[in-house]
Design a binder for this molecule. Structure first.
Ligand code: CP
Ligand code: NVA
Length: 316
């Protein structure tokens, strides 16, 4: 049955710039495919469906998980990858995004990019004739949210019956989680300090969807947000590019640290989630990060399986 569901779904040739690019069914099917690929991989089955395909990966920011999971995903699926950065491309010397997109499209089957400007990625996708995957921009991190949804589903079951509390900065990771929650029926309670709320346009889109059973709410007090939660999620207080704000942010966000006291306000079997990299002693206490409720390494591992599902679906 699962196989038929996946068989009927096709997002071949599409971009993945945000999770809102996809329907709820498409996201659910990506999760089913990720899970199938994971089980087959663990059983030692090989899948070389991307034989002859090449993915260009452009990294203008640091990365461990995204870089390695996509590289390994391409390799395990029989394809190849190229690691680039805008600094090495003629783009840095003034060649247009339009020309860069057209030229790369004539060599490779897909482009994955991590850069600051989301608009830049949209421009690249507009002019590329191959799928463009957002490997993180200042606004969104869709690949991370896919792995987060898979992890939560594996650990806790039906997403539409669960409550996730996000405590911390209203950033790229949260925006994609909001899209993921809206698509899957996952309830999401958000708590950020004043002035660090998620972007208005993501909120507005969610408000429109509220009639369709989307449950996303906001609490200034993190202790309110985590009540009855099945999972508590946090991310760094200063994202890449915000290094100069670190000192100020560390003060503002201190009451939003995920520690044992906060975990105790959630359900007793709640899990702790973080996209990583994490800073112990800041957004999460060492005790919680390394404690029995933490599923952060499962999330990181799932980046591999969701990357494979995305690649197979878009360029397979
Ligand atoms: N979570 C995540 O995207 O990790 P990297 O920055 O290491 O890719
Ligand atoms: N919000 C973080 C996520 C890192 C994976 C950042 O953008 O740096």
């Amino acid at each position: 049955m699962v196989k038929e569901q996946v068989g009927e779904f096709s997002i071949k040739g599409k971009d993945c710039l945000t999770l809102s690019d996809y329907t709820a069914d498409e996201i659910k099917n990506l999760l089913i495919l990720s899970s199938q690929l994971k089980h087959k991989h663990k059983a030692g089955e090989q899948n070389k469906a991307l034989d002859g395909k090449v993915l260009a990966m452009i990294f203008d920011k640091h990365s461990t998980r995204t870089r390695v999971s996509f590289a390994v995903a391409m390799t395990q699926l029989g394809g190849q990858f190229l690691e680039l950065s805008s600094k090495e491309l003629q783009y840095e010397r003034g060649e247009s995004i339009e020309d860069t997109a057209r030229i790369l499209s004539s060599y490779v089957n897909g482009i994955m990019i991590r850069t600051s400007s989301h608009q830049h990625v949209e421009e690249l996708a507009k002019h590329a004739s191959v799928p463009v995957i957002n490997g993180l921009t200042d606004l969104y991190h869709p690949c991370q949210a896919l792995a987060d949804l898979l992890t939560l589903q594996e650990k806790k079951g039906d997403l539409s019956q669960l409550k996730l509390a996000y405590v911390g900065d209203g950033n790229n990771v949260l925006h994609s989680l909001m899209h993921g929650a809206a698509a899957t029926g996952l309830s999401l309670s958000i708590s950020t300090p004043e002035g660090y709320e998620p972007m208005k346009k993501v909120w507005e889109a969610i408000q429109i969807g509220k009639q369709q059973g989307i449950h996303i709410d906001f609490h200034l007090d993190p202790y309110e947000a985590v009540k009855e939660a099945d999972a508590i999620y946090t991310d760094v207080w200063a994202s890449m590019g915000q290094e100069e704000e670190k000192e100020r942010r560390n003060k503002v966000f201190a009451p939003y640290q995920v520690n044992q006291k906060l975990m105790k306000q959630a359900k007793s079997d709640a899990v702790f989630m973080h996209c990583l990299p994490a800073y112990r002693g800041l957004e999460v206490s060492t005790e919680v990060m390394d404690g029995a409720q933490s599923v952060v390494f499962a999330q990181a591992e799932n980046r591999l399986h969701t990357s494979k599902a995305l690649l197979l679906s878009l360029i397979g």
